[in-house]
Write a protein that binds this ligand. Structure first.
Ligand code: NCD
Length: 325
């Protein structure tokens, strides 16, 4: 859908591109979460739903993906829809022969009802939306900028646990500079009242000044901390992230900052509260000790994964106009 500015959801998802958490409001999130709960029930039944029967969604992934790609594909199939799956188009599509981004979007749009795109460039999903004339575009990660559907599942996971998304205290650790999930999550949390997020990252991987200033203007308190010892003991969630190796031009710089902050049972014992849940968008590459996995409050390989599929089922059903809204 070609549109000059970000289309606000305002309770109506039908035909809309999903490019940023900035499109959302609390009521729209509530609507999505309510449907997500129903989708979980559908997914648990062995008989597939036919809600998306006759629909085809293209998954166009210029960057590697396990969960986002896999859960979108599974979500569509859970609802009886079908997929055109283009992984690594730089090698396995005509992009390899020099086809332009614009032509690629036009071609795949002709085959389907919506396009889910992941691309290394900031603004690529918006660019795809500007090119596409009817198919909604869903941003599955545009470089270090945003990853809205990840934030939706993260918010849902927090909401499921605490039954609220306001008055929360969170700790976000790792790569704030290049990590896109955190930026979408902060945008989402900033929609609600009285949330505080502590940011723990190596100096070189802090939020850019621009992002920090932009987020500070919103209804969210961001507190930069220097070490694990500054983690408040009453956090509702810890959200650990991977240092985004692929964004570094010099690997030596990556080696210097990787795994500076590792989530271990010892750290949990010292700094977590009795209610704190442990989250990670995954993949983890050393920043969470596998010894944490058996902690019942470690949700990264449990509800956070499953919720990814449920929320994408709900989102697609709404965007493709299968639910009255
Ligand atoms: C994240 C991503 O691709 O931004 N992964 C995901 O979608 N679950 C996080 C990451 O790659 O570190």
């Amino acid at each position: 859908m070609a549109l000059a500015s970000l289309p606000k959801i305002k309770g109506n998802f039908k035909g809309k591109d999903i490019l940023s958490l900035d499109q959302f409001d609390i009521a729209s999130l509530q609507k999505l979460f309510k449907l997500t709960k129903q989708m979980a029930e559908i997914a648990k039944k062995s008989k597939p739903s036919k809600l998306l029967a006759g629909n085809i969604v293209t998954l166009l992934f210029y960057e590697p993906s396990s969960r986002t790609f896999g859960s979108f594909a599974a979500a569509i199939k859970q609802l009886g829809g079908q997929t055109v799956e283009i992984l690594d188009p730089q090698h396995f599509s005509s992009v390899y022969k020099g086809e332009t981004f614009e032509d690629t979007i036009r071609v795949f749009e002709a085959y389907c009802d919506a396009i889910v795109i992941r691309h290394p460039q900031v603004g690529s999903a918006q660019a795809a939306a500007d090119i596409a004339s009817f198919a909604p575009i869903i941003n599955a990660g545009d470089g270090p900028h945003e990853h809205p559907t990840q934030a939706l599942l993260d918010l849902y996971t927090i909401y499921e646990r605490f039954k609220k998304l306001d008055h929360l205290i969170g700790v976000v650790a790792g790569d704030m500079l290049y990590g896109r999930t955190v930026k979408s999550l902060i945008r989402g949390l900033a929609l609600y009242k009285a949330n505080t997020v502590y940011l723990l990252s190596p100096d070189k991987l802090r939020l850019s000044k621009e992002d920090f200033a932009n987020f500070q203007k919103r209804h969210i308190k961001l507190i930069q901390i220097e070490s694990e010892q500054d983690i408040p003991k009453n956090a509702h969630f810890w959200y650990w992230t991977r240092v985004q190796k692929e964004r570094f031009t010099n690997l030596k710089d990556y080696e210097k900052v990787k795994n500076k902050f590792v989530l271990t049972p010892k750290l949990i014992k010292e700094r977590a509260g009795a209610q704190t849940i442990f989250m990670h968008p995954l993949p983890r590459v050393g920043e969470i000790s596998p010894k944490v996995d058996s902690n019942p409050r470690a949700v990264y390989l449990r509800s956070q994964i499953r919720n990814g599929m449920y929320i994408r089922m709900a989102l697609l059903a709404l965007i493709l106009g299968k639910i009255r809204q």
